[in-house]
Ligand binder design. Structure first.
Ligand code: NOJ
Length: 801
């Protein structure tokens, strides 16, 4: 894998915005523009004649394509001229397709009432529905099939949080290229990814779907994913339309409770939560999904500040926006819209093109247009963006897929090999006392290995959430991976040691194959635990695999505790008490409180949900055929009481080290268990000689930063060199550190490399609450380079007027 280097997103500053002001201004403007009739209700004031029109179209915001804009426009206009209102609303409608529920679907497709389906994954069904659309509907407009291709399709890759741990955008781009190829082969041309919500609260289950806590890392990874899905030409049959989600602030839902309100300051919104979305738009993402929750009291699905002011006006986005599932209808549940008609008008006139799942547009938009509450020109603009995407994707030319080819493309050996490499590169070595790892293959002292733990031998746990098109039986479990690695001469025995269950079941369990076993009785749990301890006693070495089951992270997977669930902590303590050398492998989708293990277990490897080749990759890592080089994209707390916890916090007036009054906890250290950016290797690195090309620059100038890294150990390995900055004073307080560059390098023993970063306006600017705009300010900046967010190599950069 080639080295990847990232420094500074190439974005230009957005125009100044203020949530309160701009929303209000927009409403006032719309009120003035709206035609007044005596029958008007207050909701009419949301009407905007040009709500879906992009006012500026910077080149950076265009989706990659070969067909010219003029050709696309021509085709779209021709269609639009022919369309009835009902057919237009059909293009704004997406419904879930589950064969048992959709008996009326064929007829609706025939009548042109459905522009998009989600959740169809069978190429034969896709072709059948497409044939109805293309051959039997009046205007022959093809259907856009969407699906959550989040971390692979049939070839399931490590979960997104794991991929983010690789700090390797080139790898991530490649992963999504493969995912796109497999999904496109069955006829899915639209993925609801990347999910770029910044997450700093480990209780929130959807931490697993994003790139972690940091806006810089998140932005780089967002862009890499868009490139991976869409490629340089989205009309390529192997590519998909990407959909960046969930705009915006979903990761900040209160107390980590899924769907709950997010109350975000302007500074957090602009500096932390919006940048990855902006990066995706700059990379040409074709669509955007609105978030479920209230953002500062206005549901994101009907939030014109997000969908209009920010996305279209400031960023020049030209694609279309889809709601999250049922979120248009749920504007009523939110206590925001009076009734479904009000919900439709408010989502639509806020800038939401497509209604996912709820049919609220279908049921209400035609009447709203007839009543004059929504202008036909607004509907036309909303439809234009969707038709344009279908033209760009080449759906009119190639509506069908080759069903035989679709099968051949899935889960090929090359795709599985890529998944293995991805899992190797995503793992993070958290502890390795006395260089216990790597284990030696053919070690005469190891003739038996106990593999213990509820997540060690199941494909589902290798997959993690959002892997609905994968078959867990095709996954290599940790037990299988270790057996493959050590061969028949070493006895590898497995004991589950009890089971892990959610107290409240997940809706996603309906997708699980096979019968669901009854829960273990307490006596059965005791017996499994005892059997596992016994196995540890009679084995030479123990590999424990502990963590979370598949649906303990992802959507509807909020946890109040972030401990090892079930009786796994007890299992771990009892196994360690046998005195047997124990290695802990973590399989999970969020940071866990592993404080006990961090002191008592000599080696800990964070594997996350590692995907279809997870077991083989873990065995590669445990036995030294791969060297861990991943880093944490999220801070690991010592205790759930510390969340939200993240490295880029603001300094208080009484910092942790103040002598008397201090902001620290009275019962535990304030520091995390493992910091952001942290991860060990089987070799050692020295990072030294931090140099600024010049100590002083003027506002607007760029300086090169150099730092040297050397592998001083005895194995080839990877280091992620990280660059952090801190603006010492300014119009607003700035975080103590902010990541502004990183590079993952592979170095042989004694090999050195000079890493070059650039610090310029893109890295030094921030959104100032005091100024209510993006600013770059003069003053002193600390610059650090190192191997994690505690980096200590230091220099000072002066920025002058
Ligand atoms: C709801 C989820 O929030 C969203 O991320 C997903 O894409 C849709 N459902 C469709 O599955």
């Amino acid at each position: 894998m080639s080295n990847s280097k990232w420094s500074g997103p190439k974005s230009s500053p957005s125009s100044p915005t203020s949530r309160g002001l701009s929303s209000c201004a927009l409403v006032c403007l719309i009120t003035l523009l709206a035609p007044t009739t005596p029958a008007q209700t207050p909701s009419d004031t949301y009407q905007s004649p040009d709500v879906f029109k992009t006012r500026q179209t910077p080149a950076s915001a265009s989706m990659p394509q070969t067909t010219s804009d003029a050709q696309i426009d021509k085709r779209v206009e021709e269609l639009l001229r022919e369309m009835t209102l009902e057919e237009k609303v059909g293009q704004l409608t997406q419904i879930f397709f589950l064969p048992m529920l959709n008996t009326a679907a064929d007829e609706r497709v025939r009548k042109g009432e459905i522009g998009s389906f989600l959740f169809v994954t069978d190429p034969a069904v896709i072709n059948r529905l497409q044939r109805i659309a293309v051959q039997e509907s009046r205007l022959k407009i093809p259907i856009l099939f969407g699906f959550d291709v989040i971390h692979g399709f049939r070839t399931v890759f490590p979960v997104p949080l794991a991929l983010a741990s690789s700090f390797d955008p080139a790898l991530i781009e490649k992963v999504q290229t493969i995912a796109a190829r497999e999904a496109a082969a069955v006829g899915i041309k639209w993925t609801f990814a990347p999910m770029v919500d910044i997450a700093r609260d480990a209780r929130w289950g959807r931490v697993v779907e994003g790139a972690g806590e940091d806006p810089y890392l998140g932005s780089v990874i967002a862009a890499a994913q868009v490139r991976g899905f869409q490629g340089s030409n989205v009309a390529d049959p192997d590519r998909l339309l990407a959909c960046v989600k969930h705009l915006a602030g979903y990761g900040a839902s209160e107390a980590g409770r899924d769907y709950d309100s997010a109350n975000l300051s302007d500074s957090e919104l602009h500096n932390v939560h919006l940048p990855p979305f902006k990066a995706a738009v700059d990379a040409g993402v074709g669509s955007v999904m609105s978030a479920y929750m209230n953002l500062n009291d206005v549901p994101a699905t009907a939030n014109s500040f997000l969908l209009q002011d920010t996305l279209r006006r400031d960023w020049g986005f030209r694609g279309f926006v889809v709601s999250d599932a049922f979120s248009v209808r749920d504007l009523v549940t939110h206590g925001f819209a009076r009734d479904p008609a009000d919900a439709a008008v408010r989502a639509f006139t806020a800038g939401l093109n497509m209604d996912m799942g709820s049919d609220t547009y279908t049921a209400n938009l035609p009447q709203l247009v007839e009543q004059g509450r929504v202008a036909m020109s607004v509907v036309d603009n909303a439809v234009r963006a969707i038709l344009a995407a279908k033209v760009r994707l080449g759906l009119f030319e190639r509506p069908y897929v080759d069903e035989a080819r679709a099968k051949q493309i899935q889960g090929t050996p090359e795709h599985r090999q890529a998944a293995r490499v991805a899992a190797q590169r995503s793992a993070v070595l958290l502890r390795n006392e006395g260089d216990l790892l790597p284990l030696t293959k053919n070690d005469p002292a190891i003739s038996s290995i106990a593999v213990i733990g509820p997540v060690a031998n199941t494909g589902r746990e290798m997959f993690g959430p959002w892997s609905l098109a994968g078959n867990p039986d095709e996954a290599i479990t940790i037990v299988q991976g270790i057996r493959n690695k050590v061969g028949p001469k070493v006895k590898v025995e497995y004991a589950r040691g009890g089971e892990v269950r959610r107290t409240y079941a997940s809706i996603f369990e309906i997708f699980e194959r096979g019968p669901k076993p009854a829960p273990l009785t307490p006596e059965q749990q005791d017996a499994e635990l005892a059997a596992a301890v016994e196995l540890a006693r009679r084995s030479d070495i123990v590999v424990m695999a502990l963590g979370e089951i598949q649906n303990m992270s992802g959507e509807v997977a909020t946890r109040a505790s972030i401990n090892l669930p079930g009786r796994q902590q007890e299992l771990l303590e009892r196994v360690v008490a046998t005195g047997k050398t124990t290695v802990l492998v973590l399989v999970n989708g969020r940071p866990l409180d592993i404080s006990w293990a961090a002191e008592k277990v000599p080696a800990i490897l964070e594997a996350w949900h590692p995907g279809i080749e997870g077991g083989n990759a873990i065995a590669d890592l445990l036995f030294g055929d791969a060297n861990p080089g991943g880093k944490l994209p999220v801070t690991f707390p010592r205790d759930v009481g510390q969340v939200p916890i993240y490295y880029a916090l603001n300094r208080t007036q009484k910092p942790e080290d103040a002598p008397d009054f201090t902001s620290r906890y009275l019962d535990i250290p304030s520091s995390p268990l493992y910091p952001f950016g942290y991860g060990l290797s089987y070799t050692k690195f020295e990072i030294r000689n931090l140099r600024l090309e010049k100590p002083q620059i003027r506002l607007g100038e760029t300086v090169e930063v150099q730092v040297e890294v050397e592998n001083t150990g005895r194995r080839t390995g990877d280091e992620v060199v990280q660059l952090y900055i801190h603006q010492r004073a300014g119009s607003a307080s700035r975080p103590v550190r902010e990541l502004k560059g990183f590079e993952r390098v592979t170095l042989a023993p004694s090999e050195k490399r000079t890493i070059r970063f650039r610090l310029g306006p893109g890295e030094l600017r921030f959104w100032s609450t005091a100024e209510r705009r993006w600013v770059q300010e003069d003053g002193d900046f600390d610059v650090w380079a190192g191997a994690d967010s505690r980096a200590s190599l230091h220099a000072v950069l002066k920025v002058t007027q």
